[in-house]
Every structure is written in structure tokens, then in C-alpha cells.
Design a protein around this ligand. Sequence first.
Ligand code: UD1
Length: 341
Amino acid sequence: MTSKIVVTGGLGFIGSHVVVELQNEGFEVVVIDNLSNSSKDVLKGITEITGIEPIFEEFDLRDKFSLSDFFKRNSDVTGVIHFAASKAVGESVQLPLLYYENNLASLVYLLKELEQLKEANFIFSSSCTVYGQADELPITEAAPTKVAESPYGNTKQIGEEIIRDTAKVSKVLNAIALRYFNPIGAHESANIGELPIGTPQNLVPYITQIAIGLREQLSVFGDDYPTNDGTCIRDYIHVVDLAKAHVAALKRLLEKKNTENYEVFNIGTGKGSSVLEVINAFEEVSNQKLNYKIVGRRAGDITAAYADTTKANEVLDWKSELNLQDALLSAWNWEQKIRQI
Ligand code: UD1
């Protein structure tokens, strides 16, 4: 019997890549998305890759009535991978209540519905942002969480706590939180990828938009950090590797291999790259020269973060297979494809 898996936010950047990997593994996928930061065209991209169009339901998870109705019609769901959330750090500072409502109220409503299922295997989209600037690198799951820099970051921390507390007493809920480092790249087919609305806030989509001629110049935020070249260090992980980590985590729960009813894993490559290294690598794989200048530091940025992936490697039997160059090339191919039209 195939397992029916719900992916909330399944038309977004990471969600869509996870839908593809789930379908590749034979899961039946139902996508819930409110299209607030995505488009129905993503369904076409997914179908082109896998040959299977996922079932799609358009509604907002804050709409309790639609959510409850959905689970009445889908009581055979065995797993939920939850992405639906707002993710712009700067916007969250301006609109905290929007973020707390959208990211946390919807999580509570969702978890309440899951209590009606026979078994609820739940994967939560968390972030390395919960560690802030960790005292030790690479960062293990045992590193303490730090006071969040933004309401967005806080929703990830509180979200994890809500799930942990619920799993502790629930008879049906088993959950895994995946703390992603910096997801980048696109599917190698260039049928799905990242679609930032407006000016990209993140490094790689900004870079590809410069290379394609949509933007003039990249501002490198600070070259006076205590790192090899003075720019910040991050652990950039290919979104397809990240998507596969979700399938590994889900299988762990479905096969009842989890040792706790709430577990946490870092998902990264384990390798840190500086902003200048990313720029150089992009120039190399794309044969494009990037126009950039060094400017002041960005508020809230940390110096360096990269994952200790031992736990994910050993317990989930997952490890990243693609490198920075692969990821940057896929992001570049995607950018070129979407601007052709
Ligand atoms: C950001 C968020 C983080 C979130 C993650 C999701 C902030 C402060 N942090 O992480 O909470 O979980 O995205 O993907 O927004 N950079 C430039 N110029 C640019 C853009 C970025 O130099 O135009 C540098 C940044 O200073 C940083 C690196 O590139 O050193 C990566 O930045 P970004 O892609 O925004 O990711 P994070 O800041 O790590």
C-alpha cells in the first residue's frame, strides 16, 4: 500500500523539490499551498520531472474550517511535511504578528488535526538560525539555541518547542525537526527552482539575477569579519540533497526507527564557504563576471555557521552528495530558463 503524504507549502522552493523526491520514491503526495509565495505553474514543473501530477488543494492553514475538512476527507494520511510559512527576515521585524500568526497559529491548528489520525509522522522545516552565532564550529545539534535575532527566527524556535511539547504527550505524533543550513540551487532539469518575489534577500538568487542582467551590482555585506577572507561563512546545501534528507527522515518515522518521539537533525554539507568563495565559484561555473562591491555589515548577520552532520549521516543514513559548484550551476541554469520566456 502506498503511503499518503501531505506537503504543506509544497509549491514553494524547498517544498517542490521534496514533492519530487517523494514521488520518485513512490509516495502519493497531496500538496496544500495558499499560493502566497508560489504559483500553480510549479505543479507543471513537478509533473514534467516525475510524470505524476500531485494532488493540489489551495487553502490557507489558518483557515481552520478548510483544514479540518481536509483531514476529514484524508484520514488515511500517514505523514505530513510542513513547510507552509513566511520566511523573510526583514519583513518579520516589521510585521511580527503576521509571522507569529502565519507560522505558529497554523502550526497549532495543524497539530490539533493530526491528533485525529491513527498515526501522525511529522517533519518540520526548521533552521540553523536557532543556533545564532554558535560558540563552537562545526555546529552540532547539542549546541544551545540563542535568543532569536528576528520574529522569523523566533517562530522556528517556538515552532520546535510546540512540536516537542505536543509529541511528549501525544499518542499518535512522532516528529522530526530538520535544521537547514543555507539551501540553494535547483533541480537539475531546471523545471523547478527558487522564485523570489521582488528583490532577493538571499545571496545566491541575488547573484543569478545579476548574472542574467536583472540587477546591477551585488553588495557584499562586510569584509571585516574574523574569517579567512573577511567575509561571512555559511554552509550552502543543494536543495535536492536537502529534499532527500526529508525523505530519509520521513522513512525513519514511517518505519518506526525513531528512538524519541521528537528528534532534531542538522542538514548541511559540513563545509563552510565565504561570500567571496561563493562569488568565485559562481564565476567559474557560469563563465560570467559578477559586478560586486564590499559594503558595510548587514544587521543581524552572524560571522560563521556550518553544520556538524555526523548525526544525520549516521542516524538518517543521509549525506549531501552535491557540492557548491553543482548547486551554483543548477541555480544558474534555472535562472536562465525562467528568463527565456
Ligand atoms: C538568511 C536568514 C536566515 C534564514 C536563511 C534562509 C538573515 C540575516 N538570515 O540566512 O535567518 O534562515 O536566510 O535561507 O537574513 N550576502 C551578501 N549580499 C547579499 C546577500 C547576502 O553579502 O546581497 C551575504 C550575507 O551577509 C551572508 C551570506 O551572503 O553572509 C548568505 O546570506 P543569505 O543568503 O541571506 O543567508 P543567511 O543570512 O545565512
